[in-house]
Design a protein around this ligand. Structure first.
Ligand code: ZN
Length: 390
């Protein structure tokens, strides 16, 4: 079965003029998928976005990985239409997909699933501050607003009929689906598959179920397959055919099987995390996500709910010794030589620089970050504040 799907993927890859197992290029790409439909393909498997142009305004589907992507995405939109952005649809509640909404909304309306709206209504003060400051030119316009003020939400399905275009938003109900939605263009047969669409990149699934579960993603994928899309825009990775959904089903089933096998042999979680390699998908990037995928499946297969993680705040000053992936991963070395690995997100507040892409080795900084109890986060500690010394 696996063999068949790999063959299909290969055939489709050749047909599309791209290798089957290539990550996206080192520059973002704006590609026309159909009349009035475009994909913004993030560089090096960064988050993708989609653009639908109508005679009654533009619909953005997600907003680009970084601030720089959102600006570039909008420049591309302006190059193909003079219509304003009227709606921003958020397919998943993570900053690499939602963070750019603040640049255009308001006046554009941001459409999210009701679970996301609920979550936005309870954002912490530092997150609201980060939202207001993300684009300096927007800070005063957003001063009296919070993200939820710009939002229209729905529970199950929503069809946008705009300038002769039908745009269907689909939520596949599941206890742990955090509000991921697919965007389906029935006439063009194009699907933005949200978090369930991943290509060439190990998905970011976590034991606190904040990115859903493998079981929930499989449910979504099965519903999306029934639409028989001609083209699929994944959350991350190259655009492909409907086979892209099948590859992801194959991936998740294999991942669940391999964790189950190890559980049957009586292996403890740390040993499972170590041995969980997904070698059949050896070309996919972000192998740092693998231990968390294993830990998530380990919980799911025991019928456990999300892992509850308590965090405490810590402060550290020092010098940036490395800044990788546009400042997403920063290592801070203190005066005593201790190094702290930080994960800098769209929720991080910056002082002294505009955003994370400006973090450079050698900068003197002080950071406030969250330390989760009892686990070492594979990607680094989530950073609340990063202040650059003048
Ligand atoms: Zn993402």
């Amino acid at each position: 079965m696996r063999h068949t799907i790999a063959m299909l993927a290969l055939a489709a890859g050749i047909g599309a003029g791209a290798p089957a197992y290539a990550i996206t290029g080192d520059q973002p790409e704006f590609r026309k998928l159909a009349e009035d439909v475009y994909a913004y393909i993030g560089k090096l498997n960064d988050a993708n976005a989609m653009v639908i142009v109508t005679t009654e305004g533009v619909v953005l589907v997600d907003t680009g990985n970084n601030v720089t992507d959102t600006r570039e995405l909008l420049a591309h939109v302006r190059s193909v239409t003079s219509q304003p952005v009227r709606y921003v649809v958020i397919t998943q509640n993570h900053n690499d997909h939602s963070g750019g909404a603040a640049l255009v909304s308001p006046p554009a309306t941001t459409i999210v699933h009701e679970r996301v709206a609920k979550q936005w209504a309870t954002l912490k003060p530092h997150q609201i501050t980060a939202w207001r400051r993300r684009f300096p030119e927007r800070t005063s316009a957003l001063e009296r607003l919070t993200p939820v003020d710009t939002v229209q939400s729905f529970s199950d399905r929503l069809t946008l009929r705009l300038g002769g275009k039908d745009i269907e938003l689909i939520y596949v109900a599941d206890q742990y689906n955090p509000g991921d939605i697919a965007v389906w263009l029935p006439k063009e047969r194009i699907l933005h598959a949200s978090m369930a669409g991943y290509k060439d990149r190990h998905p970011d699934i976590r034991p606190d179920y904040s990115h859903g579960t493998t079981d929930g993603l499989l449910k979504q994928l099965k519903v999306y397959l029934t639409l028989r899309p001609a083209m699929v825009v994944p959350a991350h990775g190259p655009v492909g055919g409907g086979w892209l959904l099948e590859t992801m089903i194959e991936y998740l089933l294999l991942a669940r099987d391999s964790v189950q096998e190890m559980m049957k042999k009586g292996l403890a979680l740390p040993a499972i995390e170590k041995a969980f390699q997904m070698k059949a998908f050896g070309e996919w990037d972000r192998t740092e996500h693998l231990p968390w995928i294993a830990a998530t499946i380990y919980r799911e297969l025991q019928g456990l709910g999300p892992q509850i993680i308590t965090v405490s705040e810590r402060r550290q000053s020092g010098v940036v010794s490395s800044a990788l992936q546009d400042g997403r991963f920063v290592t801070l070395t203190g005066a005593d030589g201790t190094a702290v690995r930080l994960r800098v997100t769209g929720d991080t507040n910056f002082q002294g620089i505009g955003d994370r892409t400006a973090v450079r080795p050698g900068m003197k900084v002080s950071a406030v970050y969250e330390v989760p109890e009892g686990i070492v986060p594979a990607l680094g500690y989530d950073t609340l504040e990063l202040t650059i010394a003048p």
